[in-house]
Design a protein around this ligand. Structure first.
Ligand SMILES: [Fe+2]
Length: 352
């Protein structure tokens, strides 16, 4: 494998992204059962990236898995030839259901070395949240750097909740991002569950109109947001879990929606009203590049009856990045912001 397995949280599933060194069949074995990529009955070998979807309950129970790689010698039409299978075993952290810890990052913008050092002191976390703007993807290697980074911070032993940001829609290769990260097919919005947590991953698309000269009708995000509205309206949750949404762009805050960035008010207003009916404990955002806790308000750009927590900070020279430790315990969620001001930025606690 080029990198450690990347495991993404999507719906009730773990989406494994495996990138072998050569063209190969890839499968995952858990408790003696093999899981393959679903491709109309064919085990795919032609693509560089493989996505294998496994129910969370299966891996959470087992606490370990084996990746099996079978390199292609020649996948000719008849009598295809393969090398011997090679197995790689991994442990998977499954020791906590109710007292979960996450490290939250957004707006990495290619600063992987800094981001790695941020996560390192929090080795015991149960999962990582990466909320958009890892960077533009002009070529496949730009996404590989993200996959490599995720492998380095998780060692294939904890999952990631990945949400797409506006920069992640830019570049020649952005249309293939969905293959390399956890999304719902090609959609960047989906429900997620993870043990005692549940919520919504939201995708605002670009930060300017589709007609902006910067994008020159590369996208149809105005329509995409309308489709996403239907999904938000239909999303239902059980009441016994921590419930939150993750959206890169804080579409409800004046801090994000001003000047040329103040787009699609009518659709976002419908999003805001629908989200206010969900009973969210909080929403996590990035995008503005400074820490901010925005308490529930009717008078923001859009109304929100939950706090909006912007948990990423980027220095103005784009040389430093900061994230947030999030701890879920006893019905409370505690946010520890570790930024330029260190401990000076006060902790924030949300009661579920
Ligand atoms: Fe950003």
């Amino acid at each position: 494998m080029k990198f450690y397995p990347n495991i993404f949280i999507v719906k009730n599933e773990y989406h494994f992204v495996i990138i072998p060194k050569n063209n190969a069949q890839v499968s995952i074995k858990i408790d003696g059962k093999r899981y393959y990529e679903v491709n109309g009955g064919i085990i795919p070998t032609a693509d560089d990236v493989h996505k294998i979807i496994i129910p969370q309950s299966v891996l959470d129970k087992a606490g370990k898995y084996t990746v099996i790689i079978r390199d292609v010698i020649d996948k000719k039409t008849y009598f295809p030839e393969f090398k011997e299978e090679v197995e790689y075993q991994f442990d998977f952290k499954n020791d906590s259901v109710n007292n979960l810890k996450a490290y939250y990052l957004a707006d990495i913008h290619g600063m992987y070395d800094i981001a790695k050092n941020l996560v390192k002191p929090h080795n015991g976390v149960d999962f990582i949240i990466i909320n958009g703007d890892y960077g533009e993807c002009d070529k496949k290697e730009d996404i590989y750097r993200l996959n490599e980074f995720i492998g380095q911070i998780t060692l294939g032993s904890i999952p990631v909740l990945f949400v797409r940001g506006n920069h992640d829609t830019r570049g020649r290769f952005a249309e293939y991002l969905y293959k390399y990260v956890g999304m719902d097919g090609q959609k960047g919005y989906f429900k997620f569950n993870f043990r005692s947590l549940s919520g919504l991953a939201l995708d605002c698309g670009e930060d300017k109109w589709d007609s902006s000269v910067e994008y020159n009708y590369s996208n149809v995000f105005e329509d995409y947001r309308k489709q996403e509205l239907k999904f938000i309206k239909n999303a239902k949750f059980s009441k016994d879990k921590y419930l939150f949404a993750v959206s890169h762009t804080s579409f409800m805050l004046k801090n994000s929606m001003n000047g040329i960035f103040d787009i699609d008010y009518a659709t976002f207003n419908k999003w805001a009203k629908a989200l206010n009916s969900k009973g969210l404990n909080f929403m996590l955002c990035g995008h503005i590049h400074y820490f901010l806790v925005s308490p529930p308000s009717e008078a923001d750009h859009q109304p929100h009856n939950y706090p909006v927590i912007t948990g990423s900070q980027v220095s103005k020279d784009y040389k430093n990045l900061y994230g947030t430790l999030i701890e879920f315990s006893n019905g409370k969620t505690t946010f520890t912001f570790l930024g330029e001001d260190g401990e000076a930025f006060p902790k924030y606690v949300v009661n579920a």
